[in-house]
Design a protein around this ligand. Structure first.
Ligand code: DX5
Ligand code: ZN
Length: 244
């Protein structure tokens, strides 16, 4: 648990710290066929590291997706670790339930939380990694001080709310800042990017310092989702190895 020092007694699959792969590819179910979610999860079972599940509440973001009952059902349909991305108001009402439903990582938005450190502690106590997300218009600097309480930092590379948007390169400055703090030993974090990740932008994000990559359209919009994941992984690996 060196890289993920948190109060986890029984790490879920995918939370084993040193056993975590150098690059995590997390296909986002948001781009899947919602009438066939179990099959869509199965389609990426062999190749994905985590399954990214976007929970939206029609309030924090203007879109509405899936919630806890669907996550419970999906938990029985796949053994992939769940990476739950809560785009909801009042995350404290729901976040721990996602950990209890078996999510390996539960990410909530900094903008939506009045006490992120407390919620991170509750998630870790519930056996999950705690993730902090920052949206397009939120700087990372004000949160650096609290990031030691988190295991993942999700940097949106679009405006949260919808899949299929165009990647915004300037947001990688936040990734560079986070990576500097990790490399200098100030933080121990997975730096995750979400939004517009494809075979080209995954390289830019990896060079900037990301090591976990969410991809919806690039995976589920492909004829062969497994092959798309493998291609993303190859590109990300090559870029991570060449990082300055
Ligand atoms: C959007 C979601 C993303 C979305 C990414 O707010 O957080 O996870 O699925 O989709 P793509 O990869 O299509 O940009
Ligand atoms: Zn997401």
């Amino acid at each position: 648990m060196a890289a993920y020092a948190c109060a986890v007694t029984t790490p879920a699959r995918g939370a084993e710290g040193p056993g975590l792969p150098a690059v995590i590819i997390a296909p986002s179910l948001l781009a899947a066929d919602f009438a066939r979610l179990g099959d869509e999860a199965a389609a990426v079972e062999v190749d994905a590291d985590w399954l990214h599940i976007d929970v939206m509440d029609y309030h924090y973001v203007p879109n509405l997706t899936i919630g806890l009952p669907v996550v419970h059902s999906l938990r029985k349909a796949t053994s992939l670790p769940f990476d739950c991305h809560l785009m909801i108001d009042e995350p404290r009402r729901w976040a721990v339930s996602y950990a209890e439903a078996g999510a390996v990582n539960v990410t909530f938005h900094a903008e939506a939380s009045d006490d992120p450190v407390r919620l991170a502690g509750e998630l870790r106590s519930a056996g999950a990694m705690a993730g902090l997300a920052i949206d397009r218009d939120t700087p990372v600097e004000p949160y650096l001080e609290i990031l030691p309480h988190f295991d993942t930092l999700l940097i949106m590379t679009i405006k949260a709310g919808f899949g299929g948007q165009e990647f915004i390169p300037r947001l990688l400055d936040k990734v560079r800042t986070a990576r500097r703090h990790v490399d200098s030993g100030h933080l121990q974090l997975r730096v995750e990017v979400d939004g517009g990740i494809d075979e080209q932008t995954v390289i830019e994000a990896a060079l900037a310092g990301a090591d976990a990559f969410v991809a919806g359209t690039a995976v589920y919009g492909a004829a062969d989702p497994g092959a798309a994941i493998r291609a993303l992984r190859r590109s990300a690996h090559a870029a991570v190895s060449n990082r300055p």
